[in-house]
Ligand binder design. Structure first.
Ligand code: ATP
Length: 425
């Protein structure tokens, strides 16, 4: 293995000066303590891609925790120490630094927690997943801004290649399969030929089975939350991974189309003037599971220990056809309102995933009808001399319906209409 060094001080200019100053301070302190200090991982990878990534992962060739303590003291930061992992976090006003000792990792068995012992920077980079994530920039003053590259990560970044560092990588940690999919999707990269072979082999040997349901679902979620969920899903399909989530999880043309629709709907929702707050990845999950039966949803939710929120979104996706039929028939505003009332934003958007022709009605609901409220209340009915009872709710609903349909508008009109309803009754 040959160490290559490149000067990346120029590339570092896209990073905020306050961060550079902080890294320089840390580098000076490392010198004082006689350690080599590097920044590694996503920050470096993304910097070379001219992307800002403020995950500041520092590694120290020396005593990482001691270094973190001294740094926190000097910068007046908060310090959290994770002795079991040999790592520490220095929390400053607007950034945090993750600090670790450079180390070697051993995985006693597949998907286990690694055993670690201190190692060199080269060994620390070698324990990582892909060459593009195994780059470091030195921070000590005399070497500040030097990219340290042992495994041709820079070349792979330029070529757009995901390249595993060693043959046992995926047996040690099968979650790397999902990481490979995530990075390939995010950056539009290809797998290095040998890496692709190793991925297929690890999948054939069922390494994914070794992951606990929680970890497995976490990896799916992470991929769906990343920049290109559609491509991530296609990779899950291509490498036959969906089956690990559920036997019932089938893929077909319909699904392919729906996933594309999800991309479109998310774009549509984000462009809306009115701020719509929603959780995009849930739409992809709803799409993946939309053909499930109730039993299959139960089984899936139980296996992956889904929270009730997520479970209820998925359940609604099973009923979406009925909702759509009703919504299509709805002519009056009130009919639109009472079809959609109570649905969560992801559920409303999922209607559009299934049928984009309903945008007008969904927009009408989101932008106008959802906000409609009546001023009259049960108290007004009592004031008119009526005895409280379940019919109050019905009468008030009649008033609201009239308001939704534009038959009444002002508060006096509401009162008049309320009285009329009561008399009619
Ligand atoms: P993202 O941009 O998605 O956060 P990242 O590469 O910064 O990607 P982190 O999970 O923050 O992801 O990891 C930081 C670094 O730690 C990675 O760049 C990689 O070097 C290493 N790493 C993280 N997870 C693994 C893993 N499962 N196996 C090996 N190395 C890993």
């Amino acid at each position: 293995v040959q160490e290559k060094r490149y000067d990346v001080t120029e590339e570092l200019q896209i990073v905020d000066q306050s961060i550079i100053d902080l890294l320089k301070k840390a580098g000076r302190l490392a010198d004082e303590l006689g350690y080599n200090l590097y920044i590694v991982g996503g920050f470096v990878r993304d910097l070379l891609l001219e992307r800002i990534n403020l995950d500041l992962d520092l590694v120290v060739e020396g005593e990482g925790i001691e270094f973190a303590k001294t740094l926190a003291h000097k910068l007046n930061g908060d310090l959290d120490i994770y002795r079991d992992f040999g790592t520490a976090v220095v929390d400053l006003d607007n950034v945090k630094l993750d600090i670790a000792t450079t180390r070697i990792e051993y995985y006693p068995y597949t998907a286990s927690l690694p055993e670690v012992e201190p190692g060199s920077i080269q060994q620390d980079l070698f324990r990582r997943d892909f060459t593009i994530n195994a780059l470091a920039i030195q921070l000590n003053p005399t070497a500040f801004g030097q990219l340290v590259d042992y495994f041709n990560g820079k070349k792979d970044l330029e070529a757009g290649v995901i390249h595993l560092l060693h043959n046992f990588s995926l047996y040690d940690d099968p979650t790397r399969i999902f990481r490979a999919f995530r990075f390939a999707s995010r950056y539009g990269y290809q797998f290095y030929e040998e890496t692709e072979r190793l991925i297929k082999q690890a999948i054939d040997l069922d390494t994914i089975e070794k992951l606990s349901p929680n970890r497995l679902f976490g990896k799916l979620k992470h991929g769906l939350q990343d920049e290109n969920p559609t491509s991530f899903i296609r990779l899950l399909v291509k490498y036959d991974i969906l089956v690990y989530f559920s036997d019932s999880l089938v893929w077909n043309q319909v699904k392919e189309k729906l996933v594309k629709q999800v991309d479109k709907i998310i774009g549509w929702a984000m462009k809306k003037e009115q701020n719509i707050e929603f959780t995009p990845w849930i739409l992809y999950l709803m799409t993946l599971l939309e053909h499930f039966t109730k039993e299959e949803v139960e089984k899936f939710s139980k296996k992956f220990n889904l929270n009730s929120q997520l479970k209820s979104r998925i359940k609604t996706s099973l009923e979406i056809e009925q909702i759509i039929t009703k919504l299509k028939q709805a002519e009056r505003n009130s009919e639109v309102y009472y079809t959609l009332e109570g649905l969560k934003i992801e559920e409303l958007l999922f209607i559009l995933v299934k049928d984009f022709s309903l945008t007008e009605k969904i927009s009408l609901f989101l932008e106008e009808l959802k906000e409609v409220e009546i001023k009259v209340s049960g108290k007004d009915i009592i004031d008119l001399g009526y005895q409280p009872g379940p019919y109050f709710k019905q009468i008030l609903k009649e008033v609201k319906r009239a308001k939704l349909d534009g038959k009444i508008d002002s508060t006096p009109e509401e009162h008049q209409f309320l009285e009329k309803c009561l008399q009619r009754r």
